[in-house]
Design a protein around this ligand. Structure first.
Ligand code: N01
Length: 553
């Protein structure tokens, strides 16, 4: 008996498929694979389902996607569930996850408080040996599985920048994605609060804390890059006359598969400079008045590709935003006249009253490109020009080691001496953004080189999950033991991903979209920027060509 088999025999349980993570993609795969008759389990570090929504419990957490597309498309699932707000709060999204659980009886196959630490493929019998630890008891366990499916999401591994002195701070420190304790913003009303970071999380937490701030409280936002945030135009679903009804959902869901971002609208087939100034202004006003992302992804087709087109969008954004900020100094920091980067190449947040928060005397913003943070002290934060400012609370809204962080957090070995950490050490390579060569029977959803961050999560998960279910169904039906992606296919997909990325304005900016936010992380397109329809087409063509680029045994 070789050592490989000895290890394998230590596994306490065998599953056809092990899924890591119980967010949208993990739950979708659990349901689909069980329907195929497979024995499936999900390992989840958290104590409940919801993935990113379980963890991101900071005050003001809310989804930037409209309620009717932020759910799965099966009538069985939407017929008896109702969101109450156009852009649902975290509590509502969690209510939706509980609804999924009730309808599909998911929790019985999820092992909560359980972290997958490592996994190794054993080529002698084509199975993965998976090591887990219980987050409460620290007890370890091993299971084996034929298929190993990573549904670790785009925002699992948090990022806290290395600022000298953090360990000295006597107050309370939060990271938005691991908020422990008090979540009600009113409880922070008289606190002296610092927020570092102005991404989607930063904008929401600042907005919520800022508006609940009492006159004896203080909020200082440390901004490195302004968020080019767009008005949300939040409203209640009930009573609204211009939001879709359930009877509209089937047509909308059909549309989501035809549109770039997997939502119900797309860019318009016209270039910004083809219109004269008046026509352009009229279109921008119309898109702006809708609220949400139409001004970003429902605008002229060349805004994210052409600098001159992009400049027209930025100018409109700056004009609209600057008129909401009273103080000239704050105005120039939050909405500068010179674009910090091309509009839309960092994810804009949706805001309700973010800019008005800064009209309060006790809310300030520091441009840390001009006045860098030197250190965190016992009592607060010291900057180069501003000296020390005292705080009770420091909030890190500094984001994530996105897209690949959740996968690379697990020590994964392929059975031929290669780890995923070494394979992706100099850059990510995948076949169709769903698997990678050398790692047999391993798949990932909503991960690298797929539409992921450039698409609506439920749409992306359904497109990938349906395809993967058919692939696994074929293997089971034909009694195939193993599938591998070829190196050639992986190289071709990498070229496609890079080619599309380089045709856009995104590479010039740098963000978690391309790894630029994490010191030392290779800078590369982590997302497939070709949109949902062409991604779905690539998957379909592969399947129709007898899974070209895959090798079955
Ligand atoms: O993270 P981010 P996030 N010193 O990486 C700053 C999803 N999401 O958690 O831009 C000072 O976007 C950094 O500055 P810069 C959504 O997809 C969705 O906000 O790198 N600052 C930036 O301002 C989103 O895009 C929702 O110059 C530092 C911020 O920290 C994704 O998650 C809600 C710094 C990080 O922003 C991530 O959003 C929340 C440093 N050393 C999240 N390092 C909704 O749907 C980083 N920063 C509403």
């Amino acid at each position: 008996m070789g050592s490989s088999s000895i290890e394998k025999n230590l596994a306490s349980e065998y599953y056809d498929a092990v899924i890591v993570g119980s967010g949208f993609s993990g739950l979708f795969m659990l349901d689909k694979l069980r329907s195929e008759g497979l024995k499936v389990t999900v390992f989840e570090t958290g104590s409940d389902i919801g993935g990113t929504w379980h963890w991101n419990r900071y005050p003001g957490a809310r989804v930037d996607t409209e309620f009717y597309v932020y759910q799965f498309t099966s009538p069985n699932l939407y017929e008896d569930f109702d969101y109450t707000e156009r852009f649902p709060s975290r509590d509502e999204v969690l209510r939706y996850f509980r609804h999924l659980d009730e309808k599909l009886d998911l929790s019985k196959d999820i092992q909560f408080n359980t972290t997958v630490e490592s996994a190794k493929f054993h080529p002698d019998d084509n199975k993965w040996l998976i090591n887990c630890s219980n987050t409460q008891t620290n007890a370890n366990s091993k299971v084996s599985a034929k298929y190993f499916i990573l549904c670790t999401g785009s925002a699992w591994k948090l990022h806290v920048p290395k600022i000298p002195g953090l360990d000295k701070f006597k107050g309370t420190v939060y990271h938005t994605s691991r908020w422990e304790g008090e979540q009600n913003a009113s409880q922070f009303g008289s606190k002296q609060i610092a927020v570092i970071g102005t991404g989607a999380s930063g904008v929401q937490v600042v907005q919520e804390l800022g508006h609940k701030l009492n006159t004896d409280g203080k909020l200082v936002v440390y901004q490195r890059t302004p968020n080019l945030a767009l008005p949300m135009k939040q409203c209640l679903v009930q009573g609204s006359t211009n939001l879709p009804k359930k009877s509209d959902f089937p047509a909308i869901y059909k549309e989501t598969r035809n549109n770039y971002a997997g939502i119900d609208y797309d860019s318009i087939p016209r270039n910004a400079l083809d219109d004269n100034q008046e026509e352009r202004r009229a279109l921008y006003e119309k898109l702006w008045s809708k609220g949400g992302f139409p001004f970003w992804v429902g605008s002229y087709q060349d805004v994210l590709f052409n600098k001159d087109a992009n400049a027209t969008a930025y100018q409109f954004w700056a004009e609209k935003t600057r008129e909401r900020i009273q103080d000239e100094r704050k105005k120039d920091i939050l909405a500068p006249l010179v674009p910090p980067h091309a509009f839309g190449t960092k994810r804009p947040s949706l805001e309700q009253n973010y800019y008005e928060v800064f009209n309060k005397d006790n809310v300030d913003v520091v441009d840390i490109r001009k006045d860098p943070i030197l250190e965190i002290t016992k009592n607060g934060i010291r900057t180069e020009n501003g000296g020390e400012t005292e705080f009770d609370v420091i909030v890190f809204a500094t984001g994530f080691d996105g897209i690949t962080g959740g996968i690379l957090n697990i020590q994964i070995e392929n059975g031929s001496g290669q780890s995923i950490q070494s394979k992706w050490g100099q850059g990510t390579s995948t076949q169709l953004g769903i698997t990678c060569s050398g790692f047999s029977n391993m798949f990932f959803l909503y991960g690298p080189q797929a539409p992921t961050a450039f698409s609506n999560a439920p749409t992306c998960c359904e497109v990938q999950g349906e395809w993967l279910t058919r692939l696994i169904g074929k293997m089971e039906k034909e009694n195939l033991k193993r599938v591998d992606a070829s190196v050639e296919a992986e190289n071709v997909w990498g070229e496609i991903v890079r080619g599309i990325w380089n045709s856009t304005l995104f590479p010039e900016t740098g963000s978690w979209y391309d790894g630029a936010n994490i010191p030392g992380k290779p800078r590369e397109p982590l997302n497939y920027a070709g949109g949902i329809p062409s991604y779905a087409k690539a998957l379909k063509e592969c399947e129709e060509n007898e899974y070209k680029g895959f090798i079955f045994q």
